[in-house]
Design a protein around this ligand. Structure first.
Ligand code: AMP
Length: 286
């Protein structure tokens, strides 16, 4: 594995791969790699000849109140894990490399609609930061395929829409969420939890599962289930930003005829903002 920190160095490697007609994959991350990230890497490794993983804690997607300074950075450890998985290139640029004119003066990419709801409402500017950095990474690495986790469900849809709208020649592939034995979705932000909070955290997934099971049983009282989900989280000691049931493709409020819906929640627990989701295909149940 080669670790590269500049755009020209990656371009040069990509040029050689392309000249040989080799397929290229990209897994974008912010590092502090765990089994969730590794699932993306393992799936990607099987599908493409050349695999690049990026590690970049993108300041543009963090708001002023967010955890940019405290976000865990573990490059040496991450690099060892990726080398074991036979990743071809680890791209780990500096902020200056990615935003040479400064973030404020840099062009931005906006995905309207999808970016303005749910996490976008609670973290203004977040998805502009995500869409901008992913566009840059796609332009630098020029992957045929790129992998993203369903854990960040809204992000996955934003990126799919972005790639479609801007005619990017990349297939965006979603990967199911990797969980701890007690259901908690793996996340770098879980490290902010105290031992007590860690014991509480699986209630987020439990509340989503409860709603998903009801949906599978044919319950269509979406509003009542959302209300109950929020109440369950509050009663369990979490502070929900939202608990919603949405159309799995558009994220519009779920309708009785929807073939596929997703239960999504974001909730604070101590210093950590946890997000999770559960997709339910209703079509198959008809
Ligand atoms: P991050 O480093 O948090 O930006 O995540 C990088 C990629 O890994 C994103 O596409 C995430 O959705 C994905 N990811 C993070 N946690 C998990 C998980 N527990 N299971 C599957 N994918 C994940």
């Amino acid at each position: 594995m080669r670790t590269l920190s500049t755009v020209p160095a990656v371009r040069s490697a990509v040029r050689d791969w392309r000249a040989r007609g080799e397929s290229i994959g990209l897994v974008p991350t912010m590092g502090n790699l765990h089994r969730g990230h590794m699932r993306l890497v393992d799936e990607a490794r099987q599908r493409v000849r050349r695999l690049a993983v990026s590690i970049f804690v993108n300041p543009m997607q963090f708001g002023p109140q967010d955890d940019l300074a405290s976000y865990p950075r573990t490059l040496a450890q991450d690099s060892a894990l990726l080398a074991e998985r036979k990743v071809d290139i680890l791209f780990a640029p500096t902020v200056e490399e990615m935003y040479p004119d400064g973030m404020e003066q840099s062009s931005r990419v906006e995905v309207p609609g999808l970016s303005d709801i749910l996490c976008g409402l609670h973290r203004p500017g977040h998805f502009v930061g995500v869409a901008t950095v992913v566009t840059k990474l796609f332009n630098i690495v020029q992957p045929d395929l790129a992998w993203f986790g369903e854990k960040d469900y809204q992000q996955l849809l934003v990126i799919r829409k972005l790639a479609g709208d801007l005619s990017m020649p990349v297939d965006v592939i979603g990967v199911p969420t990797v969980r701890e034995a007690d259901g908690l979705a793996l996340s770098s932000r879980n490290s902010y939890l105290t031992p007590d909070e860690r014991r509480t955290a699986p209630r987020l997934w439990a509340s989503l599962r409860q709603a998903a099971l009801r949906l599978q049983a044919g319950n269509k009282a979406f509003g009542a289930m959302e209300e109950e989900g929020r109440r369950t989280l509050v009663a369990g000691g979490l502070r929900p930003d939202y608990f919603v049931i949405r159309n799995a493709e558009s994220l519009a409020p779920a309708g009785r005829e929807d073939a596929s819906v997703v239960v999504m929640a974001a909730a604070w627990l101590g210093k950590a903002r946890l997000i999770d989701s559960s997709r339910v295909d209703l079509e198959a149940l008809r």
